[in-house]
Each structure stands twice: as structure tokens, then as C-alpha cells.
Design a protein around this ligand. Structure first.
Ligand code: VGL
Ligand code: ZN
Length: 252
């Protein structure tokens, strides 16, 4: 519909009216903003995105998210927290606690951020991350500049020592779920908007599971930063193929 600048202006104005007086009345959307893992350790701490290959600044998600919270009347606001016990399987310095086989057979030693397969149970592939987001530590706190709204609901993930949970819904083996889907269903949420850290890991998996649960899902790209450029591109393609809407925060 948006052929020329002139058409775009006219049609956007018409669309705003069609939305407000007709579509919105029929669809009755109930919206949730899901803010994934905007915690100190991913911004200034042990797993700061700046030190990862894509070298993105995790702190740069904070102002678009605060802006969204100030300007968009979301019905529900969720903050997910990566919330690991000290003996968590994903920590490189815990690797001797459980038997595993390295996935890169050419190397004799495993390094931090290498992938391995733990024999289990449950059997699970795992990247060995630096120790991060240990429950009740400074690194596990939400970044102090992130706005926390009064009605905000906290959801912990990655609490089982024996399996990681990139998504805020299911753990990596889809063995169990957090409270997130129950909370959304209890609030009759139809549309979720997802942002935070990291684009290609926890935000990507959360968006994947949100659409699998049947929520209309929008991924807010300028309010999400990632670890690896290549993985970010893969995540983007995968999500678009699943019908997730990729948007910037000014479009929400
Ligand atoms: C995350 C690596 C390990 C994330 C969590 O929130 O994206 N990444 N744990
Ligand atoms: Zn983690």
C-alpha cells in the first residue's frame, strides 16, 4: 500500500483510524512486554556482551526499553532473570562436576565458551560460560538504570543446576517450564513484545517459544543486543520464518 511518500502519509492516517475504531475492537489485544535478562553480569560483569565476539554494548538496550515503558501502555510487564545456583552446569569452572564429551574433537582441552555434551541425565549440549548470574549476587541484579514498573512481574530461569534455560519459557531440553506461560494465560495475554539480552540466545529462544505457545510475537530489535553476528542473522531468519514480527521500538 505504501507506494509513494504521499500515499504512505494518507494510508498511515487511515490505518490509525481503522485500527482504533475497528480492528482493535474486534481483536481486543492484551499485550505483554517481556524484558529478558537485562542483568549486570551481561552488561558490566563476567559475561559482558562487550567482551563477546559481536562486541555489542548491552547497556544500549536500556534507553529504548525505558522509553517503551514510558510511552506504550502494556497490560503486563515481565522481567526475566537468569538465576543460577552456584553449582550450575553452564559454568566453565563447574565442568569437572559432571561427565561430558567435548564437541570440538580436535582440541585436547576445553576452553571457556566451548561447547560440550554432558552425559546426564539429562543428556544436554552446553556452552561453558563464565560463572554468571548466581542467585542473589550483584551480577544477577537488574541493571540499576533499567526502569522497574510497579506492576512488573519477575520470572526466574536457569534455576535447575543440571540443565540450562536460555528461554524464559522452557529449559534447553524442554523438560520443564517456568511460571511465564501461566502468568501470560492468567492475564489473557494475546500479544507479546520481546527484547533484552542476548539477541541470539535468551531473547531468540524466548521469542521462539512464545510463538510456539500461540502468542502473536514481536521481537524488538533495537532493544536487543547479541553475542555473535552470525548467530544473530540465523536467529533473525528463523524467527521471521516462524511468523515473528521483527520491529524497532518506535514502531511498537
Ligand atoms: C544468557 C548465556 C548464558 C543470556 C544466559 O541471557 O542470553 N547467555 N546464560
Ligand atoms: Zn546463564
Amino acid at each position: 500500500i505504501f507506494d509513494t511518500d504521499k500515499d504512505e502519509k494518507i494510508n498511515l492516517r487511515e490505518f490509525a483510524d481503522v485500527w482504533r475504531y475497528w480492528l482493535k475492537q474486534v481483536l481486543k489485544p492484551v499485550t505483554a512486554l517481556i524484558i529478558v535478562d537485562v542483568q549486570n553480569d551481561f552488561i558490566t560483569g563476567s559475561l559482558a556482551l562487550k567482551c563477546c565476539p559481536a562486541q555489542q554494548d548491552g547497556a544500549s538496550v536500556i534507553s529504548p526499553i525505558n522509553n517503551l515503558l514510558d510511552t506504550v501502555p502494556f497490560d503486563v510487564v515481565i522481567y526475566s532473570l537468569d538465576w543460577h545456583p552456584g553449582n550450575h552446569i553452564s559454568f566453565y569452572d563447574n565442568r569437572s562436576l559432571r561427565p561430558f564429551t567435548p564437541l570440538n574433537k580436535e582440541k585436547s582441552e576445553v576452553d571457556v565458551m566451548d561447547a560440550v555434551e554432558f552425559l546426564g541425565p539429562p543428556k544436554t549440549e552446553q556452552v561453558l560460560w563464565p560463572r554468571h548470574c548466581v542467585q542473589n549476587t550483584e551480577g544477577s541484579k537488574l541493571h540499576p538504570d533499567l526502569k522497574v514498573v510497579k506492576k512488573g512481574i519477575m520470572v526466574n530461569k536457569g534455576t535447575n543446576p543440571d540443565i540450562d534455560s536460555y528461554s524464559a519459557f522452557w529449559d534447553n531440553g524442554k523438560l520443564s517450564q517456568t511460571e511465564l506461560v501461566n502468568i501470560l494465560v492468567q492475564h489473557h495475554v494475546t500479544d507479546v513484545y520481546i527484547c533484552g539480552l542476548a539477541y541470539d540466545i535468551c531473547v531468540g529462544f524466548t521469542a521462539t517459544h512464545a510463538t510456539q505457545h500461540g502468542f502473536r510475537t514481536t521481537f524488538i530489535e533495537d532493544a536487543s543486543k547479541g553475542v555473535l553476528m552470525e548467530d544473530m542473522k540465523k536467529t533473525r531468519n528463523k524467527l521471521m520464518n516462524m511468523g515473528v514480527v521483527m520491529a524497532d521500538s518506535h514502531q511498537v
